[in-house]
Design a protein around this ligand. Structure first.
Ligand SMILES: [Fe+2]
Length: 311
């Protein structure tokens, strides 16, 4: 099994790259080196070369995701499995090597290794928060104007699949995933219809989820999710995207599973995309729980998703 160490990118197709670029720039990403009239690569303010790719095509479609693995040997191991490509040099900007695979519903998953890192962008530091116990902001203040908040990284993505168990088996065979929490139908003790998975990096802290795999009658991506600087980033960006006339989906609120403060938008092609901050971080010892709620009950406070959110 390969050791995944980070989410590298999500990949889409869309008919108009300029429209996508305008939205993703307002959303807080920056155009990356290597973009041209056929492909748009957008980066965050971290060291990853890019985190969101869109290829020009007549129809808008989610293609898949790329996952960064720890070593070249991880690629060799994946390449030896049924249905995998051999290890090839990546043709994407940033270079490196990759293995292409397809999940049971056809989502393309690429394992990548050796992609060049880039210099982080100079963006504002997180704002220290004062609570009743810790007053971290001393002789300072908060001044945040409405505007794009820098997206730091791709945190997770969520897939609707036709056979939850088959997709999970496929993933578990290939990557160091651990179950973080389970979705069960409301009021029932089973079956598991959704699994939140995280990376197993031992004692190293990781996000509560790297992926969520959900049983559904409608196969496709549910959303991709990007971590932003802090809660002021989420809120000030919320105001800015509304001012720009973009389509708010659900937000702002705080999730139950993973605890993130979230804000969901629709990109110009109808794909749901999330800003989040303050998610749970866990290590390999965290034990999964079972959640028997409706989509609305996945939110603790704020704007609740409608009942059909996960349909
Ligand atoms: Fe999310």
């Amino acid at each position: 099994m390969a050791t995944a160490i980070d989410a590298a990118q999500v990949t889409y197709q869309a008919p108009d790259l300029e429209v996508m670029e305008r939205f993703l720039t307002a959303f807080g990403m920056t155009k990356a080196e290597g973009s041209d009239e056929n492909a748009l690569y957008m980066r965050g303010n971290g060291t990853q070369h890019h985190i969101h790719a869109t290829h020009k095509a007549d129809t808008a479609r989610f293609v898949g995701a790329s996952i960064e693995v720890a070593t070249r040997a991880d690629l060799d191991e994946l390449a030896a499995m049924d249905g995998s490509s051999s290890v090839v040099e990546s043709t994407e900007p940033g270079g490196g090597y990759e293995v292409e695979m397809h999940m049971p519903d056809g989502f393309r998953i690429k394992a990548i290794w050796g992609r060049a890192a880039v210099e982080p962008l100079d963006t504002r530091a997180p704002i220290a928060f004062n609570d009743i116990r810790d007053k971290r902001r001393v002789n300072g203040n908060v001044r945040v104007a409405a505007g794009p908040c820098p997206v730091h990284r791709l945190g997770h993505f969520v897939l609707h699949v036709s056979d939850h168990d088959a997709s999970m088996a496929w993933l578990r065979e290939r990557f160091n995933f651990l179950d973080s929490d389970y979705f069960l139908p409301p009021g029932q003790d089973g079956p598991v219809v959704g699994t939140f998975v995280r990376l197993d990096l031992g004692e190293t802290l990781v996000d509560h989820h790297f992926m969520l795999v959900l049983q559904s009658e409608r196969v496709g991506v549910h959303h991709s999710s990007f971590e932003v600087t802090d809660v002021d980033g989420v809120m000030s960006s919320h105001d800015f995207l509304l001012e720009q006339g973009y389509h708010l989906d659900v937000g702002v609120g705080r999730h139950v599973l993973g605890s993130q403060i979230f804000d969901y938008w629709k990109d110009p092609f109808g794909f749901r995309i999330e800003h989040y901050t303050d998610g749970d971080t866990v290590d390999a010892s965290y034990q999964p729980t079972k959640f028997n709620g409706t989509a609305s009950e996945t939110t603790q406070w704020g704007n609740r998703p409608p009942l059909e959110f996960f349909d």
